[in-house]
Ligand binder design. Sequence first.
Ligand SMILES: Cc1cc2nc3c(=O)[nH]c(=O)nc-3n(C[C@H](O)[C@H](O)[C@H](O)COP(=O)(O)O)c2cc1C
Length: 202
Amino acid sequence: MVTVDTPVLGARDTDRRRSVRLPAGMHFANLPALTPRAEDDLPAHRRVYVERLDPTLTWQDITWLVELTDLPVVVKGVLRPDDAARAVEHGAAAVWVSNHGARNLDTVVPTAVALPAVAAEVGGRVPVLVDSGVRRGVDVLKALCLGADAVFVGRPYLWGLAAAGREGALAALHMLDTELRMAMGLCGARDLSALGPDLIWR
Ligand SMILES: Cc1cc2nc3c(=O)[nH]c(=O)nc-3n(C[C@H](O)[C@H](O)[C@H](O)COP(=O)(O)O)c2cc1C
């Protein structure tokens, strides 16, 4: 789902294409498929995506997966209420509202915008999870108010890890926890059950 007021392809896209190329002679040691080849007409990361995207997948594949395992199958990347309903109908144990950190599709809808309608559609039948762009405790608070049962982060703890190893990753999570508690206190919320849409000013 993309917003319509900006072009899908533009100058930024071209810039990004250039920026993902490695310097000559370097390669991704553990990701050989990402190493640029002279004959490539697509940047390496795009080639990987194009080769991995399977246009034959259907919702029946979710049912097949669910029947194959006792593990909970969670459908991630849901942004539309109708897709959320399909995920539940096909046996998903949870619906994960995500745009994968807005790293893949330019102008993709923010998850804070998509979340309320998805949560309403799911209606408590399974947990609703969310990620993408959560950077501060107040972001966690807003996501919980907008209908999420749990909130995830991708890059923040990786940045902590890169900066200071295990302690850095823990510090990133601790900061989110502290900020969430502070934001809750400042909103007059004693516990998580007090978080709801009434705390959100639109
Ligand atoms: C380096 C990197 C690789 C990722 N690879 C995948 C992936 O293979 N499949 C997927 O569903 N999400 C992938 N994600 C998205 C994360 O699972 C997560 O949805 C996203 O990072 C959350 O947004 P945030 O980083 O803004 O917190 C990746 C994220 C990063 C940063």
